[in-house]
Design a protein around this ligand. Structure first.
Ligand SMILES: C[S@@+](CC[C@H](N)C(=O)[O-])C[C@H]1O[C@@H](n2cnc3c(N)ncnc32)[C@H](O)[C@@H]1O
Length: 267
């Protein structure tokens, strides 16, 4: 996971740029309505929260994130847009005391894969939803279905070492398996869970230098490079640069990706 509030190259809008195709798919799946109260889980700098608030003009949106810097940036961006029906709180969605049975919709763009106890976390989110309220979240499919993950891991590990290159840090693929996610959601008080395949590419920037800077900021990349001695780290970075160059198009650096949109209803 790269932190969405990290510094990034001017002209490359960081995580929002990386996920611009995904954001559009998620927005359509959410179908936010005028009077909705929306909870955005792991909102980062709040693009999905602000979009929800713009549509829910007679309701509102609350974004929560554990990162103080992300929440601060989210507030700045909402202020700059003059949005009055959006708030942000620094909170751990697993245990935060949300208003009970208040929200019509809980949404998340890749912000729900990092819970220590997913059943407890989704049960907590479920209690914040009114009965029948909806959960709509985007999560990654397995790493091997994500060209970006395969390419990064292969570059960092070097030839023949792919299998041993365990990714470090939080697991972005923890909700990749639909039957397992269905069991978690059932146990957390949700019903009617459904999975829609999302096949859209991720964007890493207009040129290789920007893409390399962006990917170096991913937790898994940073942690792996830290474990290598300086010559091995330099070789790994060289391989990563080559891989990014191979994905440079007239329209910048793109990698194929696979995600799920998971929908469910609070029972
Ligand atoms: C991959 S980022 C996605 C950010 C945002 N949804 C977006 O699309 O720009 C994951 C976010 O989840 C947040 N996060 C992780 N665990 C969390 C938790 N238990 N409660 C709230 N936020 C959490 C992280 O701080 C991070 O900002």
């Amino acid at each position: 996971m790269r932190h969405p509030a990290s510094e990034h190259t001017p002209g490359f809008d960081g995580y929002d740029a990386e996920l611009r195709r995904h954001g559009e798919v998620l927005r359509r799946a959410c179908g936010v309505r005028l009077h909705d109260h929306v909870l955005d889980i792991g909102c980062g700098t709040g693009q999905t929260t602000r979009e929800s608030a713009r549509t829910a003009r007679a309701g509102g949106a609350l974004g929560v994130d554990v990162s103080a810097s992300a929440v601060e940036r989210a507030r700045e961006l909402a202020r700059a847009e003059g949005l009055h029906n959006v708030t942000f709180e620094r909170a751990d969605a697993q245990a935060h005391r949300f208003p009970q049975e208040h929200f019509d919709l809980a949404v998340s763009r890749f912000g729900t894969m990092f819970f220590d106890d997913p059943v407890a976390a989704f049960a907590n989110i479920g209690r914040a939803l009114r009965p029948g309220g909806r959960l709509v979240m985007m999560v990654w499919q397995h790493g091997e279905h994500n060209e970006w993950d395969v390419a990064i891991r292969r570059s960092l590990a070097g030839p023949g070492e792919f299998a041993t290159a365990a990714s470090a840090g939080p697991d972005p693929f923890s909700l990749a398996d639909p039957p397992a996610v269905k069991r978690i959601l059932d146990a957390a008080g949700f019903a009617d869970s459904a999975f829609t395949d999302v096949h859209e590419p991720v964007y890493y920037g207009p040129d290789v230098a920007t893409a390399l800077d962006w990917v170096r900021g991913f937790t898994c990349t940073g942690e792996t490079l830290k474990r290598l001695d300086p010559p091995a780290a330099a070789s790994a970075l060289g391989r990563l640069r080559e891989s990014l160059s191979a994905h440079l198009t007239d329209d910048g650096v793109w990698f194929d990706s696979r995600a799920w949109i998971v929908t469910a209803r609070r029972r």
